[in-house]
Design a protein around this ligand. Structure first.
Ligand SMILES: Cc1cc2nc3c(=O)[nH]c(=O)nc-3n(C[C@H](O)[C@H](O)[C@H](O)COP(=O)(O)O)c2cc1C
Length: 259
């Protein structure tokens, strides 16, 4: 049996000193604009001791992708000094620092977005209490958001992180594009089949690895978190997820993370 204390080497070349990784857990301690606080850096630095890696709580890649008040942001270059201090704090304990990057899509509220209407793949509200009606993103906005994930990857590299985790789980925007419930688009980012609804993810991975190739002068981890099923009908079923995993297996991802 594999021992938790054995090092773990990823495909990218990054090696963890052991197999204990802290799961991403938001602390909602960031400032209103998503800048990190000293308290949050202290929290992560304390918890990194003894671990192979820390995955931070979700950091939004765009202002309209903010999911909750107190969420960390990686959407602007002005965040770089704070993000860099976070990475250094985690690494000072010998752990690798991985920042989780997210766009909440329809899983947020107008009040969190400073009065702006929430956005998603399509104008379909989530089947949750208090869910608001999102506005369908234009094709141009979809492409800007894909680029925002690429830009966030660049910032993670420049801030000194060892990797990123794409938050493709928990019904946030990446999952919303793959789901037949939230994606009813008629342009190239929608369609009846998982193949058609996978296009957003495919282009996202391309943008992310382009940033890695362009900016990383050291091995850099890229992981992907997914949720296997949805309760909505239509919704993602296990067979769709198995199909998704066969695509992700062929990609350059270092790991997938089930939730
Ligand atoms: C307070 C809190 C915040 C969380 N924030 C995130 C997050 O930002 N991103 C994420 O992918 N999961 C988040 N999660 C989910 C955790 O990563 C984890 O998957 C979940 O707690 C289940 O873990 P368990 O199966 O060990 O109980 C959060 C969980 C908690 C309790």
């Amino acid at each position: 049996m594999t021992n938790f204390n054995e090092p773990l080497q990823f495909k990218s070349g990054v090696t963890l000193r052991n197999r204990l990784m802290m799961s991403p857990m938001t602390t909602k301690q960031s400032f209103y604009n998503g800048s990190i606080t000293r308290d949050e850096i202290g929290y992560y630095t304390q918890r990194a001791a003894g671990l192979g890696a820390v995955i931070t709580g979700a950091a939004n890649v765009e202002d309209l992708g903010k999911g909750w008040d107190g969420e960390l942001s990686i959407a602007h270059d002005t965040m770089l000094p704070g993000l860099s201090a976070l990475a250094k704090g985690i690494q000072s304990q010998g752990a690798k620092a991985i920042v989780q990057i997210v766009h909440a899509g329809r899983m947020t509220q107008r009040s969190v977005l400073g009065g702006h209407q929430i956005v998603s793949a399509s104008a379909v509200a989530a089947l949750r209490d208090d869910a608001e009606m999102p506005r369908e993103m234009t094709t141009e906005e979809v492409q800007q958001t894909i680029q925002a994930f690429g830009d966030a990857t660049r910032r993670a590299i420049q801030a000194g992180f060892d990797g990123i985790e794409l938050h493709g789980a928990n019904t946030y925007l990446i999952q919303q594009f793959f789901s037949p419930h939230s994606n009813r688009r008629t342009d190239q980012y929608g369609g009846e089949t998982p193949q058609e609804r996978y296009r957003f993810i495919d282009e996202l991975l391309t943008a992310v690895f382009k940033a890695v190739d362009q900016y990383a002068d050291r091995p850099f981890v890229v992981g992907y978190r997914f949720s296997p099923e949805e309760f909505e009908t239509p919704g993602i079923r296990f067979s769709d997820t198995m199909w998704l995993l066969t695509q992700l297996r062929e990609s350059r991802l270092d790991y997938v993370h089930v939730y």
